[in-house]
Design a protein around this ligand. Structure first.
Ligand code: SF4
Length: 419
């Protein structure tokens, strides 16, 4: 499959930090089990929308991912190597399917539609695949399913969806008199749907800015402009989080260390360990303003630390020398049965009591609810079970001012009791 260089899913990064396109070049893409699970959920959703079926019609069917593409494969049931459509996946995917179907009524629905926005940003092969695109009379809708359980994503200002909208305008603009695009992000596992409306003028304005960034990146890539670190690299939580270059990025390293330990001229010349130790000791003395700045930078600092740790581990595993560090044998894992069935037979032969032989544990309310949904627990039984489920209040937690939950009023003399 051809790979879009100016990928919409990474647009939040290359538009905020153009240098990331150069820094990430030649770095391998990796696929994770989470990404594959998302691919499987997208496949199920597209099968439902295209074949006019419901997600539960595919219960217990297996999806396998081959070279990034999903397909049905019942043989995977034997090896349990793929993703089985269970009740949980079916329910979450159905929420998205229902929302898209209700919007598509009376309009044109395009599922897994590839759209090309090359002409808007002046880049070859700039395309992406919209999960669902709905063409109305005056409105283009872009629906994006995000199946992860990570952070909630806002549709407002979302660069990926704006590029899809431009692609849809480019490919289907002749079929309507469009005034605006509706961008919708569905995150069913987080119970989150975010929607925003952007006018066609605002989209053109965005395309113009994107085109300028693309031109700058292309000039550096072609060697007709110099890579100026201060102009090209722009560290920030959103863009750095999934950047493949974060372990080696000089701008991110500088930003993190300067945030924690203050200005420095030359990383190789400063005693980093001593500076950081001092920085830790200084934390309680900071003004609230400084603490707020540090607190806001924590996700970026944490993701940078993790990237450095992974990079050092990978290099040592790859046989490279990292001064001052080596690989050693870690602590042995927990003891386990080499053959659980054989162990069970041997223990049974000793006539042990069931309670001595097995760790019996009551199922959780979540698993009880699964039994209710599967019809194992009936409605009347379920109401009895429900009466026994409690949920303790959450502990007070720090959140940004923009968080929708009301701020707790705190009496400092009486801990967190509401006054
Ligand atoms: S780590 Fe951050 S600053 Fe560095 S290239 Fe990636 S996105 Fe840009």
């Amino acid at each position: 499959m051809a790979h879009a260089k100016f990928s919409p899913s990474a647009a939040h990064r290359w538009l905020s930090c153009p240098g990331s396109m150069i820094m990430e070049k030649d770095m391998a893409n990796t696929s994770s089990a989470h990404a594959d699970e998302g691919t499987a959920a997208h496949f199920l959703a597209s099968e439902c929308l295209e074949r006019d079926r419901n997600a539960t019609d595919f219960l217990n069917c297996f999806i396998v991912i081959k070279k990034g593409n999903a397909e049905w494969d019942q043989e995977a049931a034997e090896t349990r190597s793929g993703f089985m459509v269970d009740l949980e996946m079916a329910e979450f995917v159905q929420k998205y399917v229902d929302a898209v179907r209700s919007q598509a009524e009376g309009n044109e629905l395009l599922v897994e539609q590839r759209v090309n926005f090359s002409s808007f940003i002046d880049a070859e092969n700039a395309f992406g695949t919209g999960d669902a695109i709905i063409i109305g009379q005056t409105e283009i809708q872009i629906h994006d399913l995000k199946y992860g359980r990570g952070v909630k994503v806002d549709a407002e200002g979302n660069e990926q969806l704006k590029l899809y909208a431009l692609g849809a305008l480019s490919d289907f603009g002749m079929f309507g008199d469009f005034t605006h695009a509706r961008l919708v992000i569905h995150q069913p596992r987080l119970g989150h749907v975010s929607e925003s409306v952007v006018t066609i003028e605002e989209l053109y304005d965005f395309a113009h800015r994107a085109k300028n960034t693309v031109q700058m990146i292309k000039a550096i890539d072609a060697g007709t402009a110099l890579f100026q670190e201060k102009d090209m690299l722009n560290p920030g939580e959103k863009q750095c989080h999934w950047c493949k270059a974060k372990a080696t990025c000089p701008a991110l390293t500088k930003a993190v260390i300067e945030t924690v330990a203050g200005e420095f001229d030359d990383l190789s010349a400063c005693d980093l360990e001593a500076e950081l130790k001092q920085a830790v000791e200084d934390v309680p003395q900071h003004e609230n303003q400084t603490l707020a700045k540090l607190y806001a930078a924590l996700p970026l600092i944490e993701s940078w630390s993790k990237a450095v740790s992974i990079a050092v581990t990978d290099k040592l595993h790859g046989g490279e020398q990292v001064p001052g560090f080596k690989l050693v044998q870690g602590r042995a894992g927990n003891r386990t049965w080499s053959n659980a069935e054989e162990a069970e037979q041997v223990l049974k032969g000793m006539r042990l009591k069931v309670e001595d032989m097995y760790d019996l544990k009551l199922i959780s309310p979540t698993n009880a609810e699964k039994l209710q949904k599967a019809g194992v627990i009936g409605p009347r039984q379920w109401s009895k079970v429900q009466d026994l489920i409690v949920r303790p209040d959450g502990k007070p937690t720090v959140a940004p001012e923009s968080d929708k939950r009301p701020a707790l009023e705190v009496n400092p003399l009486n801990d967190f009791e509401t006054v």
